[in-house]
Design a protein around this ligand. Structure first.
Ligand SMILES: [Zn+2]
Ligand SMILES: [Zn+2]
Length: 253
């Protein structure tokens, strides 16, 4: 698998960190992990094959993770995507179909009137499914919103990849992320987090200590991380490899 960070930030507008979006190449095709409003243009900026994207994963319905879906579907109705025939699969929590259909119907956007099929699949918490051919996925309910899910992926070529998306601390995170080649974990705050539904550094490193991923990438970074050496602070709490997510960073695994 190969991961490209498109957006390492949050809902807060930031000059260097777009809102959450991560491009993952697997043996079964490409998956966009969360689709912020910035995501459609960030895919183009990184010269990624956005008209050929195979699947989208939506972790929860906060707009910094979901706000680009309607604009992206609207954008696929253009000449650059006209040769596309394969379906686009969109996976997310229960309620996904209702929310996107409501947006579509609000102004007759014709988001589903494409030359190819759009397949929406609502996924339960703590379930397993095939996200792309030969790529298995498992979900974990996370303490963030009522629908929020973490995702664990395994393809034919690589060891498991895990994406927490937004989450508060949970004892379930480390077992879920066990034996991962790469753990992409949120680390919203440095310390004294103002809300329980996100992680601060000590929470994230407690998870890392317990599950010991080969590589830990910390993302969803609020502006309070600006000008802080996140990786150095992480190393003081866990000796494994920790990488600070940055927009445009590409990691093979
Ligand atoms: Zn978020
Ligand atoms: Zn959120």
């Amino acid at each position: 698998m190969k991961l490209t960070i498109l957006g390492s930030g949050t809902s807060v507008p930031h000059p260097e960190r777009a809102s959450p979006a991560h491009w993952l190449e697997t043996s079964g095709g490409t998956i966009l992990l969360d689709i912020s409003a910035d995501a459609p243009h960030r895919m183009a900026q990184e010269s990624l094959d956005w008209p050929g994207l195979d699947a989208i994963w939506i972790s929860h319905f906060h707009l910094d993770h979901f706000g680009g879906l309607a604009p992206f579907l609207f954008g696929l109705r253009v000449p650059q995507a006209k040769s596309r025939t394969k379906p686009l699969r969109i996976f997310g929590p229960e309620g996904l179909r209702h929310i996107i259909e409501t947006i579509n119907d609000s102004n007759n956007y014709k988001l589903f009137e494409q030359r190819f099929a759009i397949e929406i699949a609502e996924v339960a918490a703590n379930a397993g499914f095939e996200i792309l051919p030969g790529v298995t996925a498992n979900t974990l309910k996370t303490p963030h919103t009522k629908e929020s899910l973490a995702l664990r992926l395994k393809d034919e070529d690589s060891k498991p990849f895990v994406y927490t998306s937004d989450t508060g601390f949970s004892e379930d995170l480390a077992p879920f992320a066990k034996d991962s080649r790469l753990l992409l974990m949120e680390c919203s705050f440095r310390r004294n987090k103002p809300v329980q539904k996100h992680l601060e550094l000590a929470d994230a490193m407690r998870v890392a200590q317990e599950c010991a991923p080969e590589t830990l990438v910390l993302t969803h970074l609020y502006p309070e991380w600006d000008h802080i050496d996140l990786a150095a602070e992480a190393r003081a709490l866990w000796s494994g490899e920790t990488i600070e997510a940055k927009d445009g960073l590409t990691l093979g695994m």
